[in-house]
Design a protein around this ligand. Sequence first.
Ligand SMILES: C[S@@+](CC[C@H](N)C(=O)[O-])C[C@H]1O[C@@H](n2cnc3c(N)ncnc32)[C@H](O)[C@@H]1O
Length: 222
Amino acid sequence: MPLQHLTGRAPFRHLELAVGPGVFVPRPETEQLVEWALARLAGAEGPVVVDLGSGSGAIALSIAHEHPGARVTAVERDPQAVEWTRHNAAQRAAAGDRPVTVLAGDMTDPRLLADLDGAVDLVVSNPPYVPDGARVPREVADHDPPLALWGGPDGLDVVRGLLRTAARLLRPGGALGIEHADQQGDALPALVRGTGDFTDVTDHPDLTGRPRFTTAVRRGGD
Ligand SMILES: C[S@@+](CC[C@H](N)C(=O)[O-])C[C@H]1O[C@@H](n2cnc3c(N)ncnc32)[C@H](O)[C@@H]1O
């Protein structure tokens, strides 16, 4: 059983989030994706940010906490997980952070957040990306929710829909950051480039030197 399920708490950057059965335990690697996102937002007043697949809310709530003024929406499809997103969002709002909007929805839905089309400064996501059938540690297989893990035959099924949503939501020049498995350091950048919607496609290693997240900029900006 993950330690975080025993304590009911998961540290993530400057926050301590409530976690338990039904929600993905946030991982330290994802803290670096948030670091990149915050650097990208530096100096922006009231940037519009969307976190796709929020789980505990680790990414969305950290951005709201560390970039006060950011207008953050968290999207989560799993009905059980979204209860944890809502719980943690309420706790952070009570602690004084700008409230994060939590939406129960599918990040691949072509109508998702239609009111934000072309108006988003940053889309960030740690989507499910484990290839179906891959071996994962028992602690993961038994305790992280299936919807948080499995991403189809090559692990990138959800990402394909995510890229369509991100291309629609982002303003020209808006930024995209997506975490991936260490075997996807070529495949994910290739997928992003292949859409034709993004420039400056770059892959970033984690602190162990393994490929960990891909960033890009919505075409049409400066
Ligand atoms: C790997 S977990 C990441 C959770 C959190 N962002 C984090 O970094 O700890 C992926 C999350 O995406 C959610 N998810 C999976 N497919 C989704 C979809 N199509 N739309 C929205 N959320 C989805 C899962 O339920 C899960 O909470």
